[in-house]
Ligand binder design. Sequence first.
Ligand code: NAD
Ligand code: UFG
Length: 336
Amino acid sequence: MGKILVTGGTGFIGSHTCVELLNEGYEIVVMDNLSNSKLESANRVQQLTNKIFKFYEVDMLDYDGMCKIFEENEIDAVIHFAGLKAVGESVQKPLEYYNNNIVGTINLLKVMNKYQCKTMIFSSSATVYGVDNRPPYTEDMQTSAINPYGYTKVMIEQILSDICVADSEWSVVSLRYFNPIGANKSGLIGEDPNGIPNNLVPYIAQVAIGKLEKLNIYGNDYDTPDGTGIRDYIHVVDLAKGHISALAYAKKHKGFEPINLGTGSGSSVLEVVASYEKACEKEIPKEFAPRRAGDLAVSYANAEKAKRLLNWEAKYNLDEMCADSWNFTVKNPNGL
Ligand code: NAD
Ligand code: UFG
């Protein structure tokens, strides 16, 4: 059996997936350009699992660098996390996002074709449901986007689907993640964003540890029970395990398959804050602020397809997600 190449493998979701892959007995090769993560993350994964793997500091836009990885290793499948993911930044720097995410993925796909490796698990996002669909979102809904980041996911899914039509040897599972939070129970790896976090839970974590003054709650006038936005938060370890199931599925089925990874139910901003306050045993300073541009009121998955095709479902609840995030934050107050 060959190895699994994990692109973006030192990042938040990638590092957690590496742990699950190694625990399941897979041999892996990790590549990342370290633009949004640190090498220490790979060290921690090896420490945590007591297994070793090769790490390549390569940019996915570098064709020769990518070929070298395939020359030096027998790669059976690729789990493709590498990409830029900040929605606001994508509006400011669209060319950088389109180039990195789309051109980078095309480059990777060319290299995969060259080495006859035709199995991929892709990191897509609930963002592809756009603004016209009503939750719970099902995979057959029309996809669309409202910012360059979202367009990169919609376009890459189109490219992957087209490849599967053109060449029946290809097998691609596009996993549409909802809102991953939490951390490995060990507290060795977790979410370690650069600068001021954009996302809710990393932001709350920094308020709780005293690095940021207060949480701004973006909008309390949404048409939801408490007026704040609702999302389908999912524990990153559950999400990581979903990739193991997707890999097993992709080995047996050809073609393109989009699959949601969510819990199937949503929590409001105020519910997340209350759960985090329980975890850290203090009050989170907070105030209501205007709605953030581009935010939806409610987003959650229909999680049936993952259960049916992958025999996978999320196990952890919101309190466990917040407790594990807090454990990581306390153990790593300055990140990795
Ligand atoms: P992350 O930033 O922690 O991980 C992405 C990794 O990709 C980083 O380590 C970064 O250095 C690397 N990378 C970026 N461009 C690269 C390039 N050109 N060459 C090599 N490496 C490159 O983000 P994450 O939260 O782990 O997300 C992983 C994937 O999941 C991304 O594709 C993201 O868009 C997608 N996703 C994330 C979320 C979320 O909320 N975290 C939700 C939906 C989808
Ligand atoms: N929120 C706050 N204050 C903050 C940050 C967020 O109130 O400081 C609120 C948001 O308004 C939203 C909820 O918390 O209601 C969750 O916000 P996040 O930024 O954590 O997550 P989003 O759902 O906005 O974004 C996520 C991913 C994106 C992806 C999007 C759609 O981070 O990459 O889901 O799938 F595009």
